[in-house]
Ligand binder design. Structure first.
Ligand SMILES: NC(=O)C1=CN([C@@H]2O[C@H](COP(=O)(O)OP(=O)(O)OC[C@H]3O[C@@H](n4cnc5c(N)ncnc54)[C@H](OP(=O)(O)O)[C@@H]3O)[C@@H](O)[C@H]2O)C=CC1
Ligand SMILES: CC(C)CCC[C@@H](C)[C@H]1CC=C2C3=C(CC[C@@]21C)[C@@]1(C)CC[C@H](O)C[C@@H]1CC3
Length: 498
């Protein structure tokens, strides 16, 4: 048994689980079975920490700096905190990973095939499977590669701000080129020129499945690359959740937090560029196809609303690109199949299903109905933007004069929690706004089929799951202060309902 490094009663620096921040803690004891220390924080929170999450107070600063550069850093094979605690549940997490690895691509295939049917109900029996031959198309693959390369070139252009990410466990802050809005503008110009030169965007509609398959293959290759890349990462570069030792699970969740090729950040790029901008391009292509197929002078009102609403969402995301650096995905999640597939396939090929559906299933809207839907979208957008901005401004500068009248709860980490404004209404007002917007994206498609409502259903599940994941993270981070926040703000997403 290794000797116990820190003694009972000793004051040391302990890392808050799930964060890169260290606080002074007192060692209460050591459990040789789990090889963990029980420590107590100044606010009275007691936690179990592994040795690598503890540093001696004296050498804390110098050590954290030198360790990040030391050639003798622990390799990925070393035991991580998550590894020791997950042993018993490894089998079920591996089964879960196999399930998702198979289910997610199959589900996308199913929905795209449904979209082509006259009666595209999600509760229908699966349509006949197309032949393997018809799924693969060199040209589609080439277009997807070209698209990603084009977006990558725009990303590396030295245009726009270099923003700093949140501090990593080493204390280091990575730099990100936040020029997404510029990339969208250049792309729009390039698409306009291409259309003017005779490029036929109906290709996207006619080869939707082949394009999705191409994007899927690229996401698999990318995930394999990231998995291989993570074998050379040291323990501080690994995400806490994707390092279980089970290949399927780690491949799915992603082992490395920020895989990079030089300064090119794969996770940030994939989350913000090819999929998100591709979503707008595909929507636009669906509007063009609708006009051509039905000999219209302009797209239908429903198609225009879906296009404009979702474009506004993407524009907003890219305009506020820096704010992405504080999201859960960027701060805590590894980059593996789940995010690579989510960014490159799920977003562009399922978030566009409403526009895809409308091409062959027109849904005329009366002016009052259209006006009501626009109003709903604006309400949702207002809540989403206001609440996200409140939190981002507060996190960037808690003493910002715009927030001087806000009530807050201090926490032991030094950060506070907002308890007035939107964050005093529910614990996730940004999710509330996002859900209202999702509703306004489905409404223009009417109620005849469930397919255009798929996004709404999926989004409720995603956000409820995300909310509970964030709850446990915050509980671990903020301890008793989080309990107080939950008492002050009892509802999670929808006031008086949930
Ligand atoms: N369209 C899509 O597919 C998706 C969209 N989204 C959207 O992306 C955005 C980001 O979402 P996500 O990363 O999940 O989560 P949030 O942006 O809501 O971030 C949650 C974090 O906010 C901080 N926080 C929580 N409560 C408070 C408070 N009272 N005061 C101050 N800070 C607080 C905590 O972090 P800390 O204290 O450490 O700062 C918490 O971990 C959301 O608007 C969401 O709707 C998300 C997923 C999918
Ligand atoms: C494949 C899985 C079932 C789910 C994958 C989830 C991902 C598609 C989403 C996880 C978090 C996301 C965020 C966004 C897009 C979807 C994913 C990648 C935004 C970038 C959308 C625009 C917003 O302004 C910010 C969002 C951050 C989170």
């Amino acid at each position: 048994m290794p000797p116990v490094k820190y003694q009972r009663g000793e004051m040391v620096m302990g890392r808050w689980p799930g964060s890169s921040l260290y606080y002074e803690v007192k060692v209460l004891g050591f459990d040789s079975k789990s090889e963990s220390y029980t420590v107590i924080y100044k606010d009275g929170t007691e936690l179990e920490l592994m040795e690598q999450d503890i540093k001696s107070t004296a050498g804390f600063l110098s050590r954290s700096r030198s360790r990040s550069r030391s050639p003798g850093r622990r390799r990925s094979g070393s035991r991580s905190p998550s590894r020791t605690t997950r042993g018993s549940s490894r089998k079920s997490t591996a089964l879960g990973a196999y399930f998702w690895l198979l289910f997610l691509p199959a589900w996308v295939l199913f929905m795209i095939l449904q979209g082509d049917l006259e009666d595209p109900s999600l509760v229908n029996a699966p349509p006949p499977l197309p032949s393997l031959d018809s799924l693969w198309d060199y040209q589609s693959f080439g277009f997807v590669v070209l698209w990603i390369v084009f977006q990558a070139l725009l990303y590396i252009l030295p245009v726009g701000k270099l923003s700093e990410g949140m501090p990593l466990r080493t204390g280091e802050r990575l730099k990100y080129r936040t020029n997404g809005f510029f990339a969208l503008m250049v792309t729009a110009l390039a698409v306009a020129i291409a259309v003017h030169e005779g490029v036929d965007l109906t290709y996207v509609y006619n080869n939707f499945l082949q394009l999705a398959v191409a994007a899927f293959l690229i996401s698999v290759l990318l995930s394999c690359y990231c998995y291989g890349h993570s074998r050379n990462a040291n323990s501080e570069q690994l995400a806490l959740g994707g390092n279980s030792g089970n290949v399927a699970y780690d491949f799915f969740k992603g082992r490395e937090l920020n895989p990079r090729i030089k300064n090119f950040d794969l996770k940030f790029f994939c989350e913000m560029r090819p999929g998100l901008i591709g979503w707008c391009l595909i929507n636009f292509a669906m509007a063009v196809t609708e006009m051509k197929l039905h000999n219209l002078d302009s797209p239908s009102c429903s198609m225009i609303l879906v296009n404009l609403f979702q474009l506004l969402y993407v524009l907003d995301g890219l305009w506020n690109e820096e704010a992405i650096l504080t999201t859960m995905d960027l701060m805590h999640d590894g980059f593996g199949f789940m995010l690579a597939f989510g960014d490159l396939v799920w977003v562009p090929f399922t978030y566009t299903l409403q526009a895809f559906y409308l091409v062959n299933h027109p849904n005329p809207l009366s002016p009052p109905a259209a006006a009501a839907i626009v109003l709903l979208k604006l309400i949702g957008f207002y809540i989403f933007r206001k609440s996200n901005s409140e939190k981002n401004t507060f996190r960037k500068n808690p003493s910002d004069s715009k927030l001087s009248c806000m009530r807050t709860i201090p926490t032991a980490t030094g950060k506070s929690l907002l308890t007035s404004g939107w964050w005093g209404v529910v614990r996730h007002p940004n999710y509330l706004g996002d859900l209202i917007m999702a509703l306004s994206w489905s409404l223009p498609c009417g109620f005849s089929h469930i397919l255009p409502w798929y996004y709404m259903i999926y989004f409720i599940i995603l956000l409820v799951h995300r909310e509970s994941r964030d709850m446990s993270e915050c509980k671990r981070k903020y301890g008793s202060a989080w309990d107080e926040y939950c008492q002050t703000v009892p509802y999670r997403i929808i006031p008086w309902v949930y």
